[in-house]
Design a protein around this ligand. Structure first.
Ligand code: P6P
Length: 332
């Protein structure tokens, strides 16, 4: 499926035919509402201190994390932005313990991390919005929390908007990955790439090295071999990156290949990982798999995992397929 570069997001939605079928109007409407809200968020994130939006909100979220002012603003604006969508049964957010019924009934369920990487807001490092859209199993029944507990395979759309030097969106509708960049003069997202692919091999890995002593052995082995470079079994030197903003790190992997890892570690053995399955790992895994990469928790494919809780966490290793296959082999 190819579309002409530089068309805007609305033109893309009405013209593209993922797997040969037009996008349902209700899904087009929902995607437009999310993306238009992100266009506004891009402006607010860029203003930051100038409009008093930096710093802590003085509250905590369900994750037990300190909320930044922009976390709450982004959450509220996304809720406000989609509340008129007729096909949206309900939504769930990292910032709220329970989902919200929008129409109550309807074809779709929306999940999002409204502002991922928000610990970077005050130091002017790229952050972003991550979203995932599930097809509701019974559109006529009133939404309940259990409706959201579907594996990543049930996603009909997923994407992120990274607020960086450019504001760029990556999106998959299950038939490849496309990217758009925001024209800040017109407020339009314009298509810049219509067939994003991740190279199967790479020389770049991303992980928070300060946790090294806490990792499981397979992860430690993999990273030590990368560090050994041409002096070790990999016989090639690796580069390392860690932006500590998943959206920015995954955008780099989608843009030039690489491996991103936030694995389980023994600091809190009962916690499967730091990142959340439903609105961080699943949407990112959908994008990465659709771009020819892979995404696992060490032993299993993340998108096959059956969720047991809206905010459950998961160990994440995603990116260039040959590297993820190697990590899976080390975990077996
Ligand atoms: P650490 C941001 O808070 C986040 O959830 C992800 O975006 C990011 O990859 C990770 O946490 C960074 O965690 O422990 O390196 O600060």
């Amino acid at each position: 499926m190819s579309s002409s570069i530089n068309i805007n997001f609305e033109q893309y939605l009405v013209s593209t035919k993922p797997k040969g079928a037009a996008i349902p109007v209700g899904l087009q409407d929902l995607l437009l509402a999310v993306v238009n809200t992100c266009s506004t968020l891009s402006h607010e994130v860029a203003q930051g201190a100038l409009i008093g939006l930096l710093g802590s909100a003085g509250s905590g979220n369900v994750q037990g994390e300190v909320q930044q002012k922009l976390d709450i603003i982004a959450n509220d604006q996304l809720i406000d932005g989609v509340k008129g969508c007729k096909s949206l049964a309900g939504l769930a957010s990292e910032e709220m313990e329970l989902p919200i019924a929008v129409q109550g009934t309807g074809d779709y369920l929306l999940l999002f991390d409204p502002l991922d990487g928000s610990s970077n807001i005050d130091v002017n490092v790229s952050i972003g919005t991550i979203f995932s859209i599930l097809k509701k199993q019974d559109p006529s029944a009133r939404m309940q929390t259990s409706d959201f507990l579907l594996s990543g395979r049930h996603q009909v759309a997923a994407g992120y908007v990274v607020y960086g030097p450019q504001t760029t969106m990556a999106l998959t509708l299950g038939d490849g990955v496309v990217m758009f960049t925001l024209n800040k003069e017109t407020g339009e997202f314009l298509l810049i790439k219509d067939a994003v692919t991740i190279s199967p091999s790479t020389k770049e890995f991303a992980i928070n090295m300060s946790n090294m002593r806490h990792w499981a052995d397979p992860v430690r082995r993999y990273v030590e071999e990368c560090l050994a470079g041409t002096n070790g079994v990999r016989d090639k030197d690796f580069n390392m990156r860690w932006i500590a903003s998943m959206v920015a790190d995954v955008h780099r992997v989608l843009s030039r290949g690489g491996v991103f890892m936030y694995p389980w570690d023994k600091r809190d053995p009962k916690k499967a990982g730091k990142l959340r399955l439903m609105y961080e790992a699943n949407p990112m895994s959908f994008l990465v798999e659709q771009a020819g990469g892979a995404s696992i928790n060490g032993t299993q494919t993340i998108m096959d995992l059956k969720p047991t809780g809206l905010h459950e966490r998961v160990s994440v290793m995603l990116g260039s397929k040959e590297e993820i296959d190697r990590l899976k082999q080390y975990h077996s």
